[in-house]
Write a new protein. Structure first.
Lengths: 130, 130
DNA sequence: ATCAGTGCAAACCATTTGCAAATTA
DNA sequence: TAATTTGCAAATGGTTTGCACTGAT
């Protein structure tokens, strides 16, 4: 992941810093609010543009939440993995792909994560489009 | 699933009919367009309200797509299951929950679905919130 | 006659964009 | 100085809502 000094401008460093410091998905609005509350001068559009930039650098991932709002977190892009999201605090655990086999046990053993629900979506080609 | 006569008004029947006839996720706009193109007089807000109504009756499910847009399809609510979505035609296959164990083979065998990607999300409580 | 369902237009809200000013290399 | 990045305000686009009207029982 990029280190602090990889970003030339202050806004970018600030947004990246927030993403790094909080292990959960944040919306652009939340990030903006948190920065401006800490006397940081930054516009909401810059937050959006920075988040797009960070994604292109592989330093952030998006997640569209149930309301359709985009949320972001910093995340190792190297290895393909999934997320376990705490329904109480929002904490994000990176979940190795092989837990697909017996995911409930794996989650509990590897992450101490008590599963209450899951959502999965398979993308591919159906019989007729193959 | 509800039959045609379960819905008192024409708009509701029309929306439900479209959802039933197309085995893929459609946005409110697409449904509205399809109806008005077939000389059906219905407002977009009614489409939205009807979709909400159908969901409450268990006759439709939502899915937020990658752009954050809500899409809908008719779907058996009784059994918990997931969806395999064709990346070409958008056709939706209902996927039994137990394919989680060895899902690639199951998808191919049971649905002739050639997997190219998947997305999953686990919800629960993390170590500290448990 | 009463109450639910509908259409229309306006309101909303997250996100994007044009452009001029500011900042970086 | 040339090229990027930022701020501001306005535009966008999907979704929701208030209210008067229409249709169902």
């Amino acid at each position: 992941m990029a280190t602090r000094s990889d970003y030339a401008t202050r806004p970018r460093e600030q947004v990246a810093a927030i993403l790094r410091s909080r292990r959960r998905f944040l919306s652009a609005g939340e990030i903006h609010r948190e920065l401006t509350e800490h006397r940081e001068k930054i516009s909401l559009s810059t937050v959006y543009r920075t988040l797009e930039y960070l994604q292109s650098k592989g330093d952030a991932t998006v997640r569209i939440d149930d309301s359709g709002e985009a949320t972001y977190t910093s995340c190792e892009p190297a290895s393909h993995h999934h997320h376990a999201i705490c329904e109480v605090c929002g904490r994000v655990e990176d979940v190795n792909c092989d837990v697909v086999d017996n995911f409930t046990e794996s989650l509990r053993k590897q992450h101490g994560f008590e599963l209450s629900g899951h959502k999965m979506e398979f993308i591919g080609r159906c019989r007729s489009c193959r």
